[in-house]
Ligand binder design. Structure first.
Ligand SMILES: NC(=O)c1ccc[n+]([C@@H]2O[C@H](COP(=O)([O-])OP(=O)(O)OC[C@H]3O[C@@H](n4cnc5c(N)ncnc54)[C@H](O)[C@@H]3O)[C@@H](O)[C@H]2O)c1
Length: 347
């Protein structure tokens, strides 16, 4: 059986997934859509896929088995709706949406239409993460610490907090989602952000973020992230999880387990592993049980990150069940949800 795939959004991540899909002999790329027609055509020429500037037309004409949604988060809802209504399985890049309400509508849609859907939280699928799950199984967790030392984002719209939502919403969402995978739901969020090291003209965004979390299972956690640094710093991002006499350190693709008086146990993902291999495997077997990052779960991770933004701006401690049920609209920090087409955004 051949799996036919289509990509919506022929930008940076669209290119990564093109490579991940075409690295599998039984996957064929049948369509590429981008609001910038030239981007769709360029990817079409490279791959032999048909190029479109209208994703609805592409979905209707090519009827792929799976659509990859690789556009800015504010675009995801309508694109997922179009695919779901045609019964097309979807891979949705993180973050799921730019509002809690849209994120839960996406979850409702994929469940109602019974399609396979994953969100692009690759840490959940990474084989090395399984070693962390196994080590922590049945152990009460005391502390989770996540950090991401990074630089000014290369994609202009992501640099701007009005479109990308800031580093917690766009990037540390991976850390929040991994923490939730390992420690369960977050119940309380408090955050302090700053813009102190990089001028607004260069980075229209917060340049550092400190977030405190409380988990339903009793653990506490924190996130420390910054855009003020540079790539290439060793161990620039990861999550540490402490249980009694056990430290589990998860980097993307490597898990290290420290126990008293023992050599560290290191588990690495196999060379060449990627999330597209895992998702195509689920599609091949039509197996919902193989989905590790369902939309409803991703909606909860998004909600935690938006709650952090809200807390940073208002100074309030946010209670998660309340925030999810009744997302506040009073603060100007929630991303705008305006359409973003690469090349037209402010730089
Ligand atoms: N999983 C990860 O680790 C990871 C890493 C980086 C980015 N992302 C996510 O991937 C998504 C895309 O980011 P990117 O870096 O590829 O951005 P990008 O700007 O490079 O690419 C987005 C593409 O979508 C196109 N587009 C925008 N609106 C469209 C529309 N309505 N219809 C069709 N095409 C449209 C743009 O023209 C552009 O080519 C974001 O949600 C981002 O957060 C995920």
């Amino acid at each position: 059986m051949t799996i036919s795939a289509a990509i919506i959004g022929a930008g940076r991540t669209g290119g990564w997934h093109r490579d991940g899909l075409l690295g599998q002999p039984d996957v064929r790329l049948v369509g590429v859509a981008d609001a910038r027609r030239e981007a769709a055509e360029a990817m079409g020429r490279e791959t032999g896929a048909a190029a479109f500037d209208d994703y609805r037309e592409m979905l209707a004409r090519t009827r792929p088995d799976v659509a990859y949604v690789c556009t800015p988060a504010a675009e995801h809802l309508e694109q997922v709706r179009a695919a779901a209504e045609l019964g097309i399985n979807v891979f949705i890049e993180k973050p799921l949406a730019t509002s809690v309400a849209d994120a839960f509508v996406i979850a409702d849609l994929v469940e109602r239409h019974g399609i396979l859907c994953t969100v692009g939280y690759q840490w959940r699928y990474n084989p090395a993460t399984e070693a962390a799950r196994e080590a922590l199984a049945g152990r009460p967790i005391a502390l989770l610490t996540g950090w991401w030392y990074w630089t000014i984002p290369p994609v202009p719209w992501l640099r701007d907090r009005r479109f990308g939502g800031g580093q917690i919403v766009d990037m540390a969402t991976h850390l929040v989602d991994l923490m939730r995978d390992l420690a369960g739901d977050v119940t309380e969020v408090y955050a302090a952000y700053t813009r102190n090291a990089v001028p607004e003209a260069e980075l229209p965004n917060w340049d550092a973020n400190a977030v405190t979390l409380r988990f339903a299972g009793g653990a506490v956690g924190s996130l420390q992230t910054t855009y003020a640094l540079f790539p290439g710093i060793p161990l620039s991002h990861g999550v540490d999880v402490a249980a009694r006499e056990l430290l589990v350190r998860v980097e993307l693709g490597t898990t290290t387990i420290y126990r008293r008086d023992a050599e560290p146990e290191i588990t690495r993902a196999p060379e060449g592993w990627n999330i597209d291999i895992a998702f195509m495997d689920a599609v091949r077997r039509n197996d919902p049980a193989a989905i590790r990052s369902p939309a409803r779960d991703a909606a909860k991770s998004l909600a935690v990150t938006l709650a952090a933004n809200y807390s940073a701006v208002t100074g309030k401690v946010v209670t998660m069940p309340e925030f999810e049920a009744n997302p506040p609209t009073d603060a100007p920090i929630m991303p705008t949800g305006e359409p973003v087409i690469a090349g037209t955004e402010r730089t």
